[in-house]
Design a binder for this molecule. Structure first.
Ligand code: GUN
Length: 303
């Protein structure tokens, strides 16, 4: 039986709907949570992401602001801006869109953000709190991944979860969250000797490596839950294109490129129990969880 598709857009709307009473309760106290997203330079993908984050905030009744700094901005200037945002009592959430221009020390910038306003959950204080199982602002994509898994109704406790990828932004925090939900967790990465053998044991697979179609149907345990965090633009002539199913292949042939995850969707959907599509799976959840973090940051600051 083919997999059920996990509808990230619909679940993101549910998350947003669940925020409404909390936003209303803050509004009744005269508080309108405010998110400031900082973008440095002219990366076109960053421009789209940052604008959609601020727009979503406004749509939900929060205040969303974009601070756009020129590509020539010095690291010290950016640190001064972050300091100003930290001290601005109106601002509840600060997000500095990554990547930053190579000259700027990304780590110094992330560490300069007030942990109470760190709606990305990237500050070492929040990373440490998450690791310790204490209340913290949780990185948005990992938090969204957990909501998607929970939406299937599958029991996480006792399940074997295989996380493919060990980034600080997705792989590591997802593994910690799964562990907190009592999964048995295996983390795979580029040096893993036999990825297929690991993935085949998984009741839950979270793929977050940025390698198009790395995970294929023959690697999967039938009936499992597959969460695909990858977002790769595959061009004609790319070697991974050979793995595509007929529908994605048709898009590639028509448009010259196609968006694919780290999982080959069409084949995997024949084997898995549940699977997230790309696009329309994890992507919409990230912004919804950012909104949740902004509301939580405001609640925390105005307790
Ligand atoms: N760049 C890509 N993903 C993210 C994210 O989640 N947060 C920030 N700040 N930058 C990103």
């Amino acid at each position: 039986m083919p997999a059920r598709i996990i509808d990230g857009k619909a679940i993101a709307r549910t998350v947003e709907r669940e925020l409404q009473p909390r936003i209303a309760a803050l509004a009744a106290r005269g508080i309108r949570p405010k998110l400031t997203a900082v973008r440095v330079g002219d990366d076109p993908a960053s421009e789209i992401y940052v604008r959609s984050k601020a727009r979503k905030a406004e749509e939900l009744g929060l205040a969303g602001e974009v601070l756009h700094l020129p590509a020539s901005t010095a690291g010290e200037e950016l640190l001064r801006e972050v300091d100003r945002l930290n001290r601005d009592p109106e601002i509840d959430g600060i997000l500095v869109q990554l990547p930053l221009p190579a000259r700027i020390d990304e780590r110094a910038v992330v560490e300069a953000i007030d942990p109470a306003k760190d709606v990305d959950g990237f500050h070492p204080v929040n990373v440490g709190r998450l690791q310790l199982g204490r209340p913290s602002l949780v990185p948005c994509t990992p938090a969204g991944v957990m909501r998607l898994i929970e939406s299937t109704g599958r029991t996480i406790a006792g399940a074997h979860a295989v996380v493919v990828g060990r980034s600080n932004i997705v792989g590591k925090p997802v593994a910690i969250l799964l562990l907190q939900h009592h999964a048995t967790v295996t983390i795979c990465h580029s040096r893993t000797r036999d990825l297929a053998a690991m993935v085949r044991q998984a009741d839950i697979v979270v793929a977050a490596v940025g390698r198009p179609c790395l995970i294929r149907a023959e690697m999967l345990r039938p009936g499992g839950v597959i969460i695909d965090v990858g977002m790769n633009r595959l061009e004609a002539g790319d070697s991974a294109a050979a793995a595509l199913g007929p529908r994605k292949r048709a898009i590639l042939e028509e448009k010259g490129s196609v968006l694919v995850g780290d999982v080959e969707l069409e084949g995997a959907a024949e084997v898995a129990g549940w699977i997230t599509p790309v696009p329309g799976g994890v992507g919409p959840m990230t912004i919804a969880m950012l909104m949740a973090n902004t509301v939580a940051a405001a609640e925390g600051r105005w307790r």
